[in-house]
Design a protein around this ligand. Sequence first.
Ligand code: SAH
Length: 390
Amino acid sequence: MHELYLRAGHETRIRSGHLWVFSNELQSIPRLPPGSLVRVVSAEGESFGVGLYNPHSLICVRLLGTDEVTDLDVPFFAERLRHALQLRERICKGESMYRLVHGESDLLPGLVIDRYGNYCAVQTLSTGMDQRLPIIVEALRHVLPEIEGIVEKNHSHLRQLEQLPQRQGILYGQVPERFVLEEFGLRVELRLMEGQKTGAYLDQRYHRAVVGRMASGLRVLDCFTYHGGFALHAALHGAREVVGVDSSASALEAARRNAELNQLQAVQFVEADVFTFLGEQVAEGKQWDMVILDPPAFAKSRRHVPAAKRGYGEINRLALLLLPPGGYLVTSSCSHHVFEAVFLEVIFAEATRLKRRLRLLYRGTQPSDHPILLNMPETQYLKFFIFQVL
Ligand code: SAH
């Protein structure tokens, strides 16, 4: 196996368990085929294990967290998948939808697998993983023999960084055009061949249940509603009036179908840009008892952080203007680059400017099937808060 040497003084982060080696940390970038298995060694000769190489990516090596790997074959993936499944069977008991593999946090860098009942959606976000997709599918079928169909949802901006094409399709078996699963009492229609992410935003599912339970009798505005998640949980729990807003017409069609599926009448969906919509609501003097903000990642990289902070500031300010004393602000950010303390500062600054006192009722992050690898801060991305305006 080819050995790649780190430049002297560049081993601290990797020795502490981080799984990425950046191109500027290596003594040289050899002309090996992308996707090759390589061993990473310090300038003094200390081995940091093996990983997948891509000379064309800023993340040049993604380590697999162990020394023993010699071949990424079906038994290798089957073993890692079995470990991943064991954890989910423990922590997601009784749930039909969960994240089975969360990339680096499951020591499978660049691989994401979500389970939706007897179907799986797979994303390969690195060249090394992408090349091994057929092997991964075989291992997945081995570990989960009840799986009837596997789709690839490979349309992520992260693939562009690896020069991988955007792709979507069936990898194994058959997947119905649509099927229904349950999320904490709410029936949800899934169309794995359509939609954003791998189908549903599984990372907010416990938060949707928490918010739903709080919402009975309230007037609830769910911004960035996608398939109606928060809005429908609120309606299910007896919210008085619910409006969900999103700019995607196809997402809202799915939201309306989900409302019908659950026979929920007190909910309406509006196609609009949230920034504009909130501004109009403020201008009209409208009031809501609960405003939910679950925007897409505003900062996809570090250089977008200042603009992202302005965006978060703007929507949180407008939401606060719609809430009377006693109202609830449910607000989140999934931008890894905007750290929790920074996000809180932005909200605090807006509240202070508006002379509102906020009481923090609930603080959350991603659920345990999206584990955070302490050695890799990059694996932590979700921030979620429920505040009450005093
Ligand atoms: N709350 C959802 C997930 C939201 S994902 C859930 O729990 O399932 C983010 C959503 O924001 C996407 O549906 C996207 O279409 C929408 N979106 C992105 N930018 C927007 C904008 N400026 N105005 C309205 N919706 C927007």
